[in-house]
Design a protein around this ligand. Structure first.
Ligand code: ZN
Length: 129
């Protein structure tokens, strides 16, 4: 019988691979089935994650400049998310070093502050198409 942690990892892996396959094959900008941003629909303002679906679709097709135009904060955040994921999953010495810096509370606080700064900045200087 699988223990709980292995089962959760398997389910998470299946969900991540399914999402990657979905976002590779469906362009969220052209599709009516993909979810639309509630914040944008209610207020007219972009939320911090507006454009993430289109950016993910563009990244999966190797179109990094297009992805940057949709949501540069997301594209810049991906390496950080991958580091945190690596530090969370693996327990070896290099993962512990990564965890020490990437998962440090100041790194997390900085990311949260940048997230909200990005929210304000994007609605002043960058309007999402
Ligand atoms: Zn949004």
């Amino acid at each position: 019988m699988l223990n709980r942690k292995v089962l959760i990892s398997i389910i998470a892996g299946i969900l991540i691979v399914s999402a990657i396959i979905l976002y590779y094959n469906v362009n969220p900008g052209d599709s009516v089935i993909m979810p639309k941003c509630v914040v944008k629909q209610l207020t007219g303002y972009d939320c911090p994650s507006c454009g993430v679906q289109r950016a993910l679709h563009a990244v999966l097709h190797g179109e990094f400049s297009k992805a940057l135009s949709y949501n540069p904060f997301f594209v810049i955040s991906v390496p950080y998310f991958l580091l945190v994921l690596y530090a969370t999953i693996f327990k070896n010495a290099s993962a512990q070093k990564v965890r020490k810096y990437a998962c440090h509370r100041y790194a997390m606080y900085a990311y949260i502050v940048l997230f909200f700064v990005w929210w304000i900045v994007r609605n002043i200087w960058f309007k999402n198409p």
